[in-house]
Design a protein around this ligand. Structure first.
Ligand code: FAD
Ligand code: SIN
Length: 521
């Protein structure tokens, strides 16, 4: 089937839906999403969204905290723009119907604090902020007559001049995006979506690693598509590991214990129940994530333990049960009463700071292609994202991208390219051995966890690269002869993302932010 639309959005998390709602008054919008519309990292966000809402805080302080966490390599202009725009974007979320907790007496927003923040500035909805944001945005999008959300549609590749038979390299000037080819996961048919403007909002790539807080859909599809289309990517060596995921080895994804709990007073402790963060940073348990995750990793290596502890008992029973109901219930379900027991934790891959390089309008290096949210790289995070700046970045850049995309469509610049051919699936055979895909994925995730994790070295990166080469060749061979199915496309994307992480990690010859190599100390 062929479809023609004004605005094509790939992804129905905070970035994709925010963009869709903004452009909808100006044309027909189709949102493709590979699973159920609500599934994605957005719905699992716990801590909240950072913004300066009152005079007790200041833009300058939020800017300073972001620059410090980013370890000196943030784009300062982007930081300033994002943080100053934040209050307007928060007010829009509230207008769309998103509820943030408020103080009962004053009706002001109840603000939390997280690692690296010098002030209480995290707007939240209990400890399930993302679920509330996703609910509010989805409801608004579903009620909009110009927005159509199509579930279980997997974008395989963005369409460029390459699909018109031209040779496209990363040096080709003026690469253009005409839309995407997408696999209908229910029928296995590959459809052609042609659009005047396309936005990628495909989220992160946490599943490159064996332990991650991100949902299974986070397989770096947008980044891999832009890589194949020869677009510009950046900063992929900066994978953020969240210090505190619940240690419950059989569970995938790993359940997050929000940093807001440390903001409320919970303390990291070693296997013997002693505090250890004083050895690493004067901000103790509230140091930025890169520092805390490395400290935990080091303590685990020294003690040979698979987990350490977060002690939240000092917060008090009432505050724990009312303020962190999701975490309280989750831990209780596996026999841990957080009002009486310490919580076993370990770091997990959590957030990709790098991605599709975009300018301040969210425009990628490929014409008519925008990116927003976790799949993009704006320059806001530098070497390490400050907690709760990700949801913020997504709404700010969805807004900027929407303004630019609307101007493009209104001016008649973005046009539908009708001569694009349909996907050619001739000669493909059904791969009947799923084990070829599932086992390769596990191998890949272990390689990345063991050699390209929190602490790296030249030898580990070389070893990962060599192992990956074999996996890459086997998978390409399978891909080139198989009828396409979602797990195979995802595996291929995970391999591409792993390759890019390793390549960029090897090129970064300085320990900065989240990139830490023993050979560069
Ligand atoms: P997502 O919400 O991940 O959505 C991606 C969408 O793209 C999905 O709809 C998916 O189906 C679709 N998609 C992907 N590939 C394809 C494809 N090939 N074809 C079609 N559709 C596709 N950040 C904060 O700022 N504050 C927090 O408190 C916070 N807590 C977090 C807690 C957890 C457990 C996790 C995992 C992350 C947290 N983050 C937090 C990070 C933040 O949630 C994410 O960065 C953000 O939600 C990403 O939003 P997104 O719209 O870019 O992507
Ligand atoms: C958390 O709640 O600790 C996660 C916040 C984030 O990833 O920004």
């Amino acid at each position: 089937m062929r479809y023609e639309v004004d605005f094509l959005v790939v992804g129905s998390g905070i970035a994709g839906l925010s963009f869709a709602l903004k452009v909808a008054p100006y044309g027909k919008v189709v949102v493709l999403t590979k699973g159920d519309a609500a599934e994605g990292s957005t719905r699992y966000a716990q801590g909240g969204i950072a913004a300066v809402m009152y005079d007790s805080d200041s833009f300058d302080k939020h800017i300073h905290d972001t620059l410090v966490a980013g370890d000196g390599i943030c784009d300062r202009e982007v930081v300033e723009m994002t943080i100053r725009e934040a209050p307007d974007r928060i007010r829009e979320l509230v207008q769309y119907g998103v509820n943030f907790d408020r103080d009962r007496k004053s009706d002001r927003f109840d603000l939390h604090r997280e690692g690296g923040h010098s002030e209480f500035r995290i707007l939240h909805h209990k400890d399930n902020t993302g679920e509330e944001i996703e609910r509010g945005l989805l409801e608004a999008a579903r009620h909009h007559p110009n927005i159509e959300i199509r579930e279980r549609q997997f974008a395989i590749d963005i369409i460029t001049q390459h699909h018109l038979g031209q040779r496209v390299t990363k040096h080709t000037p003026g690469i253009e995006c005409y839309g995407v080819y997408a696999l209908d996961c229910d029928t296995n048919r590959i459809d052609t979506y042609l659009a005047r403007v396309t936005l990628l909002a495909t989220g992160g790539m946490g599943n490159v690693y064996s332990t991650t807080t991100t949902p299974v859909i986070s397989t770096g599809d947008g980044v891999a598509m832009v890589h194949r289309a020869r677009g510009v990517l950046s900063d992929l060596e900066f994978m953020q590991f969240h210090p505190t995921s619940l240690y419950n080895p059989a569970e995938k994804p790993a359940f997050l214990i929000t940093e807001a709990m440390r903001g409320a007073g919970a303390i990291l402790k070693d296997a013997s129940g002693n505090e250890f963060m004083q050895k690493y940073d004067e901000r103790l348990s509230l140091a930025p994530r890169d520092i805390v995750a490395r400290a935990i990793d080091n303590e685990m290596k020294l003690s040979g333990k698979e987990y350490l502890y977060l002690d939240a008992r000092g917060i008090g029973k009432k505050h724990l049960i009312e303020g962190f109901p999701t975490i309280y219930a989750k831990c209780l379900s596996i026999g841990i009463d957080i009002t009486r027991d310490m919580i076993p934790i370990r770091p997990a891959a959590h957030y990709q700071c790098g991605g599709i390089k975009v300018d301040r309008n969210g425009e990628s290096s490929i014409r008519n292609l925008y990116a927003a949210g976790e799949c993009s790289c704006t320059g806001l995070h530098g070497g390490n994202r400050l907690a709760s700046n990700s949801l913020l970045e997504a709404v700010v850049y969805a807004h900027n991208a929407a303004q630019s995309a609307i101007a493009e469509v209104e001016s008649g610049r973005g046009k539908v390219k009708t001569e694009v051919p349909d996907w050619n699936a001739e000669g493909m055979v059904l791969n009947e051995e799923m084990v070829l895909i599932t086992q390769t994925k596990k191998e890949l995730q272990e390689i990345m966890w063991n050699y390209v994790g929190i602490v790296r070295s030249d030898l580990r990166l070389q070893r990962a690269f060599d192992r990956l080469n074999l996996i890459f060749r086997e998978t390409e061979e399978l891909y080139n002869r198989s009828v396409l199915i979602e797990p195979l496309c995802e595996l291929r994307n995970l391999i591409a993302c792993s390759y890019l992480i390793i390549k960029m990690a090897r090129a970064r010859r300085q320990n900065v932010g989240l990139h830490y190599s023993l050979d560069l100390v």
